[in-house]
Design a binder for this molecule. Structure first.
Ligand code: SF4
Ligand code: SF4
Length: 370
């Protein structure tokens, strides 16, 4: 059993070590039931998690961290700033041509970057006799609840955590540990009467303060959803091809955000310098090469090109039609279906007559005659 002094000493060493390896904040929560378990269960019962079935599978663990690591006493919660400033944001003139990717995905895959750091903290705590389990985003725990309990930030009305210094632009990570560490206090909620994020959401996904219907959220639709994007939501997605930052961009607390020291999250040519049409031409092999080490690789070519087709359907012009018409013949039915939809959108918008798509047998006949 550790004394209070040794708990505080160990915590001070841990916080200093976490900062040394690049984390912007390291705070401790007791390993107890998260504050919003009943709301979480209700959210699942309403089906608001959509196709994220892993949420339901992990329901009991998420509601009781002791089921994740029996004997755990504390949760080390960590924040890592990924803000890269405004310098690579495109001018509106180019937005239609390039599409928008959420800031967190401009650089390297944060899972890889942060897991390497968590492994170092795990080793550090092992040297004090601790047993740990650690996660970045993918674990069966309600990480925002534990992080808010530890005072990493408060729950914004857009459901994201907000830190007074970092705004909303940070990744969360956590280690459950069997060590008992002195806990931190939560911080006060500073949203006040502001509701900018709710008003800014293009799809109405924030149905009430702190309540998100994931099925309408563009982050869900462009990343988590594996199949066809519902027709009624496609136009609302605009030019967003991987995630959405709208409810974060408008948050007044982001005025204070500082550029991250982590160069791993800097924008790359593949996420800020390629046009939608160039994306559409990517073969399977090229896609894997272009998005190597990027979080975008996780949705695979089929998911990404599906999104690109929707963005072109919303923002493209007649010069995009040949590339889309080729994509309508893609062997991957998901891409072909969305490309066909995009062709029809552009034609309808530009008053071009509907596409008489050659059937495969007509094309073969044409090829035989020529
Ligand atoms: S990420 Fe975009 S779609 Fe999702 S809640 Fe925020 S503004 Fe709405
Ligand atoms: S936009 Fe306003 S209401 Fe929404 S999270 Fe930020 S401060 Fe809170």
């Amino acid at each position: 059993m550790m004394t209070q002094t040794s708990q505080r000493d160990l915590k001070a060493q841990l916080v200093s070590f976490a900062r040394q390896i690049g984390f912007d904040s390291c705070r401790i929560a007791a390993c107890t039931e998260p504050a919003h378990t009943s709301e979480f269960r209700e959210w699942l019962r309403d089906g608001a998690h959509g196709e994220m079935h892993y949420m339901q599978r992990g329901e009991e663990k998420r509601c009781d961290p002791q089921k994740v690591l029996p004997g755990a006493r504390s949760i080390v919660t960590l924040a890592l700033n990924y803000f890269q400033g405004e310098q690579v944001r495109r001018s509106p003139r180019h937005v239609g041509a390039t599409g928008r990717i959420a800031r967190y995905a401009w650089g390297e895959d944060y899972h890889d970057v942060i897991e390497a750091k968590l492994s170092k903290i795990d080793q550090f705590l092992r040297s004090f006799g601790g047993q740990q389990k650690y996660y970045v985003d993918t674990g069966p725990i309600l990480e925002r609840d534990h992080a808010a309990q530890a005072g990493i930030g408060w729950h914004g009305k857009n459901t994201m955590l907000i830190d007074e210094r970092l705004g909303t632009w940070f990744f969360l990570a956590e280690l459950l540990t069997t060590l008992e560490l002195s806990v931190d206090e939560p911080v006060a909620d500073h949203c006040g009467t502001c509701e900018r994020c709710i008003a800014a959401c293009p799809t109405g996904a924030i149905t009430a303060p702190h309540r998100l219907d994931a099925r309408r959220c563009i982050s869900y639709l462009t990343i988590e959803l594996k199949g066809s994007i519902p027709l009624e939501l496609r136009a609302l997605i605009g030019d967003r091809i991987f995630g959405c930052d709208d409810c974060l961009d408008v948050c007044p607390w982001n005025r204070f955000a500082q550029v991250s020291h982590q160069t791993a999250f800097s924008a790359r040519q593949s996420t800020t310098g390629m046009s939608l049409r160039e994306y559409l031409e990517l073969s399977e092999v090229e896609f894997r090469a272009v998005f190597k080490n990027s979080p975008i690789k996780r949705i695979k070519r089929r998911g990404f090109l599906r999104n690109v087709c929707v963005a072109l359907g919303n923002t493209g012009d007649v010069s995009d039609l040949p590339a889309l018409e080729r994509a309508a013949d893609d062997p991957e039915p998901l891409i072909a279906e969305h490309a066909l939809w995009a062709v029809e959108q552009i034609r309808a918008r530009r008053g071009v007559k509907s596409w008489d798509r050659p059937t495969r047998s007509a094309s073969l006949k044409e090829a035989a005659i020529s």
